[in-house]
Design a protein around this ligand. Sequence first.
Ligand code: NAD
Ligand code: DAU
Length: 339
Amino acid sequence: MKILVTGGAGFIGSCFVRLAIQNPAHEIVNVDALTYAGNLENLTAVADHPKYRFVKADLCDLAGLRRIFDEARPEAVVHFAAESHVDRSIFAPQPVFETNLRGSFNLLESMRAQRVRRFVHVSTDEVYGSLEPPLEADEDFPLRPSSPYSAAKAGSDLLALGYFTTYKLPVIVTRASNNYGPYQFPEKLIPLMISNALEDKPLPVYGDGLQVRDWLYVEDHCRALLAILDKGRDGQIYNIGGGRSLPNKTVVDRILAITGKPSSLIEHVTDRPGHDRRYALSSAKLSKETGWTPQMDFERGLAATVEWYRANQKWVRRVKSGEYQSYYARNYDHRARVG
Ligand code: NAD
Ligand code: DAU
């Protein structure tokens, strides 16, 4: 199957490309604008594969996107490209609107004229908002997004489902929980804490650190997406959860234990505005329909992730240089130390 992937140079997209290309029946066209989060180094393993091709393009350019579709004629599309960081979406919402909404709209428009057999819109559990325990969101749970990021993702989910109902575009929406693993940009909790710990820098915990996230190993997420490409039903939504809910503070303590660093590195900083307290979701529908279950146990996955960051400190330094550094210097005022 010829699969056009958007955002394949990012964290999850590059994992998907590395995994999907192992199937000799697949051919991949990777469309990515290479923003601060996109990095072709993540794809060194597949760069020379005869069935892999990279196209640098911005989803906000509709005419360019149409040309790519006319030429590539993909059978399936898996849409990862997004501004994916909640903090950035709070301090700079414009690019989130442009890529997550306009970019998704352009993609849907580009596919409308084509006979794509499957479109997987990769979305997030954040669209359900914060849930009181013991609630768990299934796919019919109301949408209550809190941040510009999650509101834009909820908007593009609904737009994609609207294209299914109106134009019979074969749309599937997936909603995954917090991913972790190699190649994640060190702005998200786990890679930031690992890279700071390895450099003996402070670990900035927002608020009381008792916010709960459900952790999903990135390869488990990508295996779920492959199963959905194969067995998912058009017009459906599938949740993809790791089944391992933990407070942030516990995750940070484990990283300190694995890296052998002292808890004095923890620095409580002021909270993220509108911070969702707890995400929780059920993946029962996905497991029932495809047989998928997460394979990676959190302790083993976290240890493997720490080892990857330890062995790839040059990658961390390179992606953190330049634009990233200046962005943080300008915008991260809520990281003021508390007390
Ligand atoms: P990421 O930030 O690592 O990568 C995003 C990729 O999209 C980058 O390669 C970037 O260059 C590309 N991109 C951004 N804007 C673009 C544009 N206008 N045109 C073309 N390419 C563009 O993101 P990620 O963490 O890999 O997330 C991938 C997808 O999965 C996102 O849609 C995100 O909402 C969703 N998701 C992420 C998580 C998570 O925990 N990271 C969980 C659930 C869902
Ligand atoms: O739930 C899925 C979502 O997970 C994805 O849709 C997003 O793309 C992805 O970025 C992630 O969003 P979160 O906001 O949950 O992830 P982040 O790693 O930014 O934060 C995880 C938790 O850790 C959250 O409660 C905020 C907290 N945190 C984060 C950072 C970066 C800190 O306490 N300190 C930090 O420095």
